[in-house]
Design a protein around this ligand. Structure first.
Ligand code: FIX
Ligand code: ZN
Length: 434
């Protein structure tokens, strides 16, 4: 189901979109609406061209994606220490050989590479890597971004911006970016859970903070947030938290959330995104690929939503075992918006399970997916897979509703898809509110 090649079938917008659909017509309309609706990708690690080299794209970055590195170390004799001594090109070649030549690329992440090569009409056999390198080396980035977004059926992406990242910071200090298809987010991992290692960076930016987050630290962190809000114009504030996250407790994380970050979010009208459940660096030898998952105690989310009813929380949980709880909490707290099938959950079989449950418990009051793309072209296959997975789920949902006696129309389906992949997020962040 290729995105954005809209077929003007006999169920075009306008006159016929309110016509009652027969059961046998529902599937093709659902597929057409999913294909023709441009999605907002609410969480990625992509960067606009203003950020230069930290924005990753092209075949060598695609092949050395940490999802593929994790699979590579299972299929290769090369040990991580030796692998990291290789150049990026040599690493890409080693992964191409092990996962695409010597093995059949049947995993979700390897299939993704095949789908990207096909999307650009590039060979997916032995010749694939060489031809892909020639192709990507000739792509002017702005035109390439437009093409990739069009192929992915995405109107805009939300970046992950760290004000303490030494490579990113100079771009923001020197005027930032205004790319219409890239939105900023204020990511606060280094402040909320990395404070012991990063408080000096905040201090070196001229804020009177200290290691114990005492004295003026809270007020100064609020000043820091206000300054970076002005610079970045972020859509939301975000943090990833481990499976051990507790709230409230006597940690700096709890203190800054309660006394600095959540008050600033209320003042600045920003939602807070919590991505909960990572077990960091269970195998540090794999670097980015070394993180794992753990089941979290979601009573922390319960406490946050109840204690701060004026704050809006965008929440994604990494553990499959936490999904049902999150859905039920969302039925209890209207300031809680579940989003995405994050990271190790972004596999069609699990996306299907999670999305069915969310529709049954929350209707369309959730955000089904984000890509978490780290390399530009990944949005092509991640959103293609999402559309492929969502189509039968939505079709079955409308069959059931039709059999219950409700008239199903293209307009109704379009409204639901808009809500799931655009307006829920727009309403929560004020994006496009003009
Ligand atoms: O914390 C996050 O935003 C995670 O998505 C990343 O750290 C992770 O490495 C990733 O790429 C997941 O897809
Ligand atoms: Zn991410």
């Amino acid at each position: 189901m290729e995105a954005s090649s809209v077929r003007t079938s006999d169920f075009t917008e306008g006159s016929t979109s309110v016509r009652e659909l027969k059961c046998e017509q529902i599937q093709s309309v659902v597929e057409d609406v999913l294909r023709s609706t441009q999605f907002i990708d609410i969480h990625t690690h992509l960067f606009s061209p203003a950020f230069g080299k930290i924005g990753l794209w092209g075949i060598d970055e695609l092949l050395t994606y940490h999802y593929l590195e994790a699979e590579f170390f299972r299929s290769s004799e090369i040990m991580p220490e030796a692998y990291w001594k290789l150049s990026k090109r040599e690493r890409a070649e080693a992964i191409w050989k092990a996962l695409f030549i010597e093995s059949n690329p049947i995993s979700e992440a390897t299939r993704g590479i095949v789908a990207v090569l096909s999307a650009f009409g590039l060979p997916t056999d032995e010749l694939g890597l060489k031809e892909a390198r020639q192709f990507f080396e000739t792509q002017p980035i702005e035109a390439h971004i437009r093409k990739v977004f069009q192929l992915a059926g995405v109107s805009s992406v939300v970046m992950t911006n760290d004000p303490l990242d030494p490579e990113e910071r100079p771009v923001w200090i020197n005027g930032g970016q205004q790319h219409p298809q890239f939105h900023a987010v204020l990511r606060l991992d280094r402040i909320l859970w990395g404070w012991p290692n990063h408080w000096q960076q905040v201090a070196s930016q001229g804020y009177a903070v200290d290691e114990r987050a005492s004295g003026k630290s809270v007020v100064e962190v609020r000043r820091f947030l206000a300054d970076w809000h002005k610079r970045m114009q972020p859509l939301y504030v975000a943090v990833s938290l481990t499976d051990a996250f507790q709230f409230p407790d006597d940690s700096v994380t709890s203190k800054f959330l309660t006394e600095a970050v959540l008050p600033s979010c209320r003042e600045l009208g920003l939602p807070m995104s919590l991505m909960i459940g990572v077990r960091r660096q269970v195998n540090p030898a794999l670097r980015l690929a070394g993180d794992a998952v753990g089941r979290a105690d979601l009573r922390a989310v319960e406490h946050l939503c109840r204690t701060f009813p004026e704050n809006r929380f965008l929440v994604s949980v990494l553990s499959r075992e936490n999904q049902h709880e999150l859905c039920v909490y969302a039925r209890k707290f209207s300031n809680l918006m579940p989003f995405g099938c994050w990271w190790f959950l972004n596999n069609p079989s699990i996306v299907e399970e999670i999305t069915r449950e969310r529709i049954e418990l929350l209707g369309t009051s959730f955000i089904p997916q984000h890509s978490d793309a780290r390399v530009l072209e990944q949005i092509i296959y991640k959103w293609r897979n999402t559309r492929l997975t969502l189509a039968p789920i939505l079709t079955k949902t409308y069959y059931l509703l039709h059999n219950d006696g409700k008239v199903i129309t293209r307009q109704g389906i379009q409204k639901d898809v808009n809500r799931l992949f655009r307006t829920n997020f727009e309403k929560w962040t004020g994006l496009h509110a003009g």
